[in-house]
Write a protein that binds this ligand. Structure first.
Ligand code: ACO
Length: 153
């Protein structure tokens, strides 16, 4: 198992991974329109770390997690936690982000709470409002990253 971070840069191998990831998202997030998933996953601004796509707002120092999914027969084995930890480490140390925001599906709120997310949004509104779109289908959650903690070994 390896964790990689890349984006839609036209490299064949990366395209194959993105299409595989798009298929996992389409199966695991059946309420999301497929065209929307394709558009976001293939968007050059979305970086992909395994099964999570996020969009960094570098000037605002936060990232928005768009999609997060683990393929059905590998769920609840700890991969979602490891993926999130790699994402936190990368976003903090490479992108310089301090927070994540996400619209969590109702059934995934428990997972996000275990990853340190809260339903209370402590981040100043003027840092994020107008940057991320309002979305009715989920619960806005926030995670503040520790400035020093090693998230991966
Ligand atoms: N509800 C409540 N708790 C959960 C859920 C859930 N849906 N999924 C995992 N957990 C718990 C686990 O029991 C575990 O608890 P523990 O540490 O006490 O043992 C902890 O969260 C971590 O579990 P992992 O095994 O690391 O999580 P997993 O690899 O299964 O990944 C994920 C979690 C991504 C939610 C996966 O189950 C999945 O793909 N689900 C279907 C798609 C989905 O709902 N994605 C999120 C949509 S919201 C969004 O994308 C912004």
């Amino acid at each position: 198992l390896k964790f990689v971070c890349f984006y839609n840069d036209g490299i064949d191998e990366h395209m194959v991974w993105l299409i595989g990831l798009k298929n996992i998202f389409a199966r695991q997030l059946p309420n999301m329109p497929k065209e929307y998933i394709v558009r976001l996953v293939m968007d050059r601004h979305n970086h992909v770390v395994g099964g999570i796509t996020y969009r960094p707002y570098l000037s605002q120092k936060f990232g928005e997690i768009a999609f997060c999914a683990i393929t059905a027969d590998e769920q609840v084995k700890g991969y979602g936690t490891r993926l999130m930890n790699h994402l936190k480490q990368h976003a903090r140390d490479v992108d310089g982000l301090t927070h994540f925001l996400t619209y969590a599906d109702n059934n995934a709120v428990g997972y996000f709470i275990k990853q340190g997310f809260t339903k209370e949004i402590y981040l100043d509104k003027d840092r994020w409002q107008g940057y991320i779109k309002d979305y009715d289908g989920g619960i806005l959650m926030e995670c503040k990253m520790d400035p020093k903690l090693p998230y991966t070994d």
